[in-house]
Design a protein around this ligand. Sequence first.
Ligand code: GLC
Length: 741
Amino acid sequence: MLITAVAALALPPTGVLARAPATGSVPTPREDARADAWARATLARMSLEDKIALLHGRFLALVAPAQRPAGITVGAGYVAGNGGLGIPPQVATDASLGVSNLMDMRKGDVATVLPSGMAMAATWNPSLVREAGRMIGSQARAKGFNVMLAGGVNLVRDPRAGRNFEYLGEDPLLAGTLVAAQIEGIQSNAIIATIKHFALNNQETGRANASVELAETAMRESDLLAFQLGIEGGSPGAVMCAYNKIGGSYACENRFLLTDVLRRDWGYRGFVMSDWGAVHSTEALLAGLDQQQGEQLDKKRWLSTELLAGVKAGALPVAAVDTAARRVLRTMFVHGLVARPLATGPIDYQRDGAVSLRTAEEAIVLLKNEGDMLPFPATVKRIVVVGGHADIGVPAGGGSSQVTPVGGFAKVETVKDGAAAGFARKVWGGTPPLDALRRAFPTADVRFFDGSDPDAAAAAASNADVAVVFAEKFSTEAMDQPDLSLDGRQDALIDAVASANPRTVVVLETGNAVAMPWLAKTPAVVAAWYSGQRGGDAIAGVLAGSVNPSGRLPVTFPASTQQLPNPQLPGSGLPPPSKEDRATYGVNTNSPPFTIRYPEGADVGYRWFDRTAAAPLFAFGHGLSYASFRYDGLRVSGGRTATVAFRVTNTGSRTGADVPQVYATLPGKPRRLIGWSKPVLAPGESKVVRITADRRLLGTFDSTAHRWRIAHGPVGIEVARSATAPVLTGSAIIAEGTIKP
Ligand code: GLC
C-alpha cells in the first residue's frame, strides 16, 4: 500500500530528480551535490512555518488515536511532511535490535529480534553486523518507517550500566567499526539510521541531568573516537544527542559537541535530533541541534512554537532555521527518503530469522571448557536443564530497544521497583533452548527444572550424564545494576547443581559482564547474552557441536567491582528522585543533578586493567573454540603507520573461525586494539592476515594544538588471543606526524 505519493516521475519543480543513493549509505560526492541542489531549491520555496515544521517531532504513541496522522505507522517519532513540496514525513522507529513496539503501541505487531548489541559486538564480524542491520532496516521500511533510531555506540565504561546490552563494547575501534557496518546495513534500505547517544551517556543513573566531567583528550581518544569511526564508516543520516550534560552543558545544546567537534572538526553533514525529552531551550538550535524529537516529553515545544515566536521577535536568526532545515532536507534526499515513498510491504520472517540465528551463533563466547566437556557427545543419554526460563524462550533487555519477537512474548513481567519501574518490562521469547536441546539430542532424556527448588534440581542432576544451568541477569534502559551478581538466588542454584554433578555447564544470558562465584565448580561456561529470535537454536547448536563457537568478549569481565575505576557506580548512593525532582528536572530523570567522573579517562575497560595491572575474571577478546589455531610468521613494518602481517593456521580437527587480535603499546601507555581479523579455516588451512593501523590509534590527541599527535619512536606490537594473551610480539619505529581532529 502506497502511503504517500511524493516523488513524481517527471522532473519535480526543484529541477532535481530524486533517487536513492547507489552506495546505500556513504553518499558519493555526486550524490552529495544532487542532495545539496535539491535542498537549496526546496528551501527557497518554503515559508518560515514550513521550515520549522521539519524541526520537531512527536512521539505518536502518546498522541490520541483520533489525532494521529492518517496512514502513518505509529512509532517513536513523527515529523510532518509537505506533499506540495515533495517532502515526505519522517516516521521513526526504535532501534538497534529490530523494529521495537514499546507498550505494544501497534497492537500485536511483531518483528524479528536480533541478539543484543553486546552479542553483535561479540561476533567481531562487521559483515555479519552489516547484514543484521540490512535485515532490521528492511523490516522497518516494510512496516512504513523511514528513520531508524539505531546505532547505539556509547562505550561500556561500567559493567553495571543498564543499557550496555544495546551497545557494542568497551573499545572505540571495535565499537566504531561495528556501528558503521550496522548503519551501512540499515541505510541500504533507503532509511536514515541514527548514531546515538552523543555523547558520554555511559550510564543510566542521572542520565537526564548528571554532568560528565572528562578532559577533551580523554573524550577524543575514547567515546568520541567510536562516534567518529562510526560516522566516517557509515555516514549515518542522523546523530541523536544524549540526555546528560558534558562539562555542565546539556548534550543537546552543547556547542563543543554539536558544532566544534561534529561539524567543524568531523565535517558531519547530516542532522542532529534530540533524545526524547532531552531539549531545554530554543537556543539549542544555535549550538547545533536541528530537531526536537518526542517534543511532548519536554517542558516546551522549543523548536516549534517557541522557535517561531523567537524568530518573529527577532531573538533568533532565520538563518539558523534555514541551516537546520537544509540539513534535514539534504539528509532525506541523499538517503533516498524522497525517491522512495513510505509504503508497507511483505516481510519474510523465516528468511530474516536465519539472519538472527547466524548472528546469535557467532555471538556465543565459550568462556571455559575444561577437559573439553563441550560439545556434548551425541551419545549423551540424560540431560538435566535448569532455570533461565529455558522452557519458554530467551530473555531480552528492557526499554526502547525492546522488540516483540515473531510469535510474541512467551512471558512478560513489569518492573516494579527502581528507576525503570512502570517503564521497563522483563520479557522472554524466541525459540526456547529446551526444545532446541531436545531436537539436538533426539535420543536423550532431557528434563527441565525451573530452578525454584534447587534441591530437586540438584537431585535430578546427580542422576544425569550432564547438567545445563541457564543463568539470567536483567538489564534495562533507565536503570543501572547495583553489582555484578546474577539475579535472585541463581548463584546458589548453580552451586547446588554443580556440587551434585561435576559435569555442569552454565549458559549465561545477561546484558553485561557478571560475577561467577561458582566458576571453580563448573568445567564449562558459555556467554550467550540476549540471543534473540532464534537464540535457543544457537545455544543448542554450540552445546551439541553443530556450531563451533567463535565469539570473543567485547568487554572485560572483572573479578570484582574493586578493580573498576569507579568501585561505586557514580550517583548510585543518591536518594531516588522525588516527585518534585521529576517535575523539576524533566522526564527520564532518576536523581537530582550530580557530577560523573571517569578516572580511567580514555583507558576504558581492558586499558584500565592494563594500566592498573589488575587480573580480570575473563579478558576483553577472550573466547575458546572447538578447534585450535597457531599464529606465526609475524612481520611488522613502521614508518607512517604500523603494518602487521602474520599467518593463522587451524591446527584442530574441525573447521572454525578464530579472531586474532593485534594490540599496540606506546611508551608509557596501556595497550590498545589496532586491528583484528576473523578467518574461517578448515583443519590444516592457513591464511595470512594483514592489519594496517589507523594512525590515530598510534597517537594521542593534543587538545592544545587541536590535532592528533604521533610521536617518532618505537611501537610494540602483539598478535594475541585476548588483551591478556599475547602470542607473537614485535615492534616498529613510527614516524612523527599530526592528523587533523
Ligand atoms: C529513549 C532512548 C532513545 C530512544 C528514544 C525513542 O529515551 O534514550 O535511545 O531512541 O527514547 O524511544
